[in-house]
Design a protein around this ligand. Structure first.
Ligand code: GLY
Length: 556
C-alpha cells in the first residue's frame, strides 16, 4: 500500500512538473475565430497552405471589413525545404476602364467615385488565389478547408466592440448604397451574433463548383448586376478571365539577414528593401529605439523611398519597373547623400531618383507556420473598411474599392495621401499599386520571421520597424510588435506618430530641426501579426494588441 502511494506521488509530482509542450505550429490573425479554424486544420494534418485557405475564408466571414471574397491579396511563402515564392491575387481594373474614368469633363477628380460604389470595384482575386494555392500546395480536400467558414457564417459570430463601432460608423453609407434592408444595417447590440446565411450559401456553391462557383454562374451575375446598378462597369468577362500570378519575390540582404517580400504590383518589397538599404551604413542600433537620431534616419530614408514609389512603381506587367536599379545599394547610398543630421530635408526638394482613424482596419494580415516547417504570410484587403460599401446582398459579401489605389489623376493624392505617377494610371486589366508587404526573414539560412500588417501606406514602415526592433534592438517579437511606431511617406511632408507614445521634448527637438509634425494627424499605425522562430526552432507568435488579433498554437 505504501509502495503504491509512493508511486502515485511520484506520478503526480512528475505530471505537475512536466515541461510545457513545445509549440510546433502557430496561426496569428485579426480574429480568434479565424486563428482557431486555421490551427484546427493543422491539427487535422493539414499544412500551412491548407490552414491559409481555411483562415482566409474564416476572415471573410468574421472580419468583413477587410477579410473578403470580394477583394484580393498577396501571399508570401517559404516551404520546409527553403523555397520562397509569392502569389499575387490582387484585383484588376475592369476591361472597360480607362485612365480618366474618375475625372469630370474639366479633368477634376469626381469625389467618391474611386472609393464608394460600383465604379470603385476592381475584379476580385481572392477565390481564384485560394484555389491556386490549393492546386500547388494543398494537402487536404478543398471541401474540408471551406467547411469551417460555411459553419461560421451559418452559426454566426459575436462581433467585438471594435467591430461594432466600425459597423456603426459606416451604417449610413451601407444604407445609402444598399438600401435599408442590407445585412450590416441591422441594429446590433453587444453580444448579438452576426449570421450570414447568404454567405454560407455562396461558400457552399464554391465548395460544389470550385472557383467557377464564384467567377461564373449565379454569383457572378449577382456581382455584375449589383455593380451595374451602382454605376460600375465590371462585366462578366472580367470575372471569367481573372487569373492570379505566381511572382518572384523581392530579395535583398540586410546585414546578416536574407529578406523576401512582395514585388510589383505591390510597392511593399521594393520600399522595404530601399529603406533598409539606405539605413544600413549608419548602424542604427547605436541610436536608441525611437530616439531623435533613429527617427531622423528612418524618416529621411522613408521620405526618399516613397518619393521613388510615386514615380517608378506600378504593375510590372504593364510598365518597365526598374527593380534592380531601385534596390541597388550604390544607388540607395547616393539617395542619402543629401541627408543631414542638422536639419530635416524638405519633401519639395526631394525628387524621385534619377535613373535615367483607425487606418489599420482597412486591410488584414495573418501569419502561419506549420509543424512541417512551412511558412505563409498573407495580406488581403477590400482597400478601405468594407471596401466600396457595395454589398452583394444575395451573396452575403462586400466588394472592394481597390480602383482608388491607381493614380486616378497624376499628382493627386489617393485615400492614403499617396501620390502616384503615370506608371500607376488606370488601364484595362492592369493591377493597381499596393503597399502590402507580407515578408519573410531568414537568418543563417533558416526561417526566422514571418510578418505583415494592414495600414494602407503605413504598412511598409510598420513592417520595417518591427524587423528593426527584433534584429537591431534585440526585442522579443511581442515587444517588437507592441512598440510605438511612426511613419513618413514623402507627401504629405509630416511625421505621423502613434498617439501618446512619443515625448514632448522629442517632438519639440524634431520640430526645431525642421521636421513637420501635426498632432491632429497622429493615429494608430498597423496591426502586425508575426511569428518568430529562434535558433533552437522555438516558435513565438505575436498578435498585435492594437486590434482584436489572436494567436493560436499547436503543441507537441
Ligand atoms: N489597398 C491598400 C494597399 O493595397 O496598399
Amino acid at each position: 500500500m505504501i509502495r503504491l502511494l509512493f508511486f502515485l506521488l511520484i506520478f503526480l509530482f512528475g505530471c505537475n512538473n512536466s515541461q510545457p509542450k513545445k509549440i510546433v505550429a502557430a496561426v496569428v490573425s485579426a480574429k480568434k475565430e479565424a486563428s482557431e479554424i486555421g490551427i484546427k486544420i493543422i491539427e487535422k494534418g493539414g499544412n500551412a497552405f491548407d490552414a491559409m485557405i481555411a483562415t482566409d475564408l474564416a476572415l471573410a466571414v468574421c472580419y468583413p471589413s477587410a477579410g473578403n471574397i470580394g477583394g484580393g491579396g498577396f501571399m508570401i511563402y517559404r516551404t520546409s525545404d527553403g523555397q520562397v515564392g509569392t502569389l499575387d491575387y490582387r484585383e484588376k481594373a475592369p476591361e472597360k476602364s480607362n485612365k480618366d474614368m474618375f475625372l469630370d469633363s474639366d479633368g477634376n477628380v469626381i469625389k467618391g467615385k474611386s472609393t464608394i460604389g460600383g465604379l470603385s470595384v476592381g475584379v476580385p482575386g481572392t477565390i481564384a488565389g485560394l484555389f491556386e494555392v490549393h492546386k500547388r500546395f494543398g494537402s487536404l480536400p478543398f471541401e474540408t478547408l471551406i467547411e469551417p467558414a460555411i459553419q461560421l457564417a451559418r452559426k454566426g459570430y459575436v462581433p467585438t466592440k471594435n467591430q461594432l463601432k466600425n459597423i456603426e460608423l459606416y451604417k449610413d453609407l451601407f444604407v445609402s448604397i444598399n438600401g435599408k434592408k442590407t445585412l450590416f444595417a441591422s441594429n446590433l447590440k453587444e453580444g448579438d451574433r452576426i449570421i450570414n446565411e447568404a454567405l454560407a450559401k455562396t461558400l457552399e456553391v464554391i465548395k460544389e463548383n470550385g472557383k467557377d462557383g464564384f467567377y461564373k454562374g449565379e454569383i457572378a451575375k449577382h456581382i455584375v448586376n449589383n455593380i451595374k446598378e451602382s454605376g460600375g462597369i465590371l462585366n462578366i468577362n472580367d470575372l471569367n478571365n481573372y487569373t492570379p500570378k505566381w511572382r518572384t519575390p523581392i530579395y535583398f540582404k540586410y546585414k546578416d539577414l536574407d529578406i523576401y517580400s512582395m514585388g510589383p504590383p505591390s510597392s511593399g518589397g521594393i520600399c522595404l528593401a530601399q529603406i533598409l538599404s539606405m539605413i544600413e551604413p549608419y548602424n542604427l542600433n547605436q541610436y536608441p529605439q525611437n530616439s531623435i537620431k533613429a527617427i531622423q534616419l528612418l524618416v529621411e530614408a522613408q521620405r526618399r523611398s516613397y518619393s521613388d514609389r510615386s514615380k517608378f512603381l506600378g504593375d510590372s506587367d504593364y510598365n518597365n519597373v526598374p527593380i534592380d536599379y531601385l534596390i541597388n545599394k550604390y544607388y540607395l547610398k547616393n539617395r542619402m547623400k543629401s541627408f543631414s543630421w542638422e536639419k530635416a530635408s524638405i519633401s519639395e526638394s526631394i525628387n524621385p531618383g534619377d535613373i535615367s482613424t483607425f487606418e489599420s482596419e482597412e486591410t488584414t494580415h495573418y501569419s502561419i507556420v506549420d509543424n512541417y516547417g512551412n511558412a505563409v504570410g498573407v495580406t488581403t484587403t477590400l482597400n478601405s473598411s468594407f471596401g466600396s460599401k457595395l454589398f452583394v446582398e444575395q451573396g452575403g459579401f462586400f466588394l472592394n474599392n481597390q480602383m482608388d489605389d491607381f493614380s486616378i489623376k497624376i499628382g493627386q493624392p489617393n485615400l492614403y495621401g499617396l501620390i502616384g505617377g503615370d506608371v500607376n494610371s488606370v488601364q484595362p486589366n492592369k493591377r493597381m499599386l499596393s503597399s502590402m508587404t507580407p515578408t519573410i526573414v531568414e537568418k543563417d539560412g533558416k526561417l526566422s520571421l514571418v510578418l505583415g500588417t494592414p495600414g494602407g501606406s503605413t504598412i511598409i514602415t510598420s513592417v520595417l520597424q518591427t524587423i528593426l526592433n527584433i534584429y537591431e534592438y534585440g526585442m522579443p517579437v511581442q515587444k517588437a510588435v507592441n512598440s510605438p511606431r511612426f511613419h513618413h511617406q514623402w507627401f504629405p511632408d509630416n511625421i505621423v506618430f502613434e498617439p501618446n507614445a512619443f515625448g514632448e521634448k522629442l517632438i519639440k527637438d524634431l520640430k526645431r530641426m525642421g521636421y513637420k509634425i501635426d498632432p491632429s494627424k497622429n493615429k494608430i499605425l498597423g496591426r502586425v501579426d508575426a511569428i518568430y522562430i529562434n535558433q533552437d526552432n522555438l516558435l513565438t507568435a505575436a498578435a498585435d494588441p492594437r486590434g482584436d488579433d489572436n494567436a493560436q498554437y499547436l503543441r507537441e
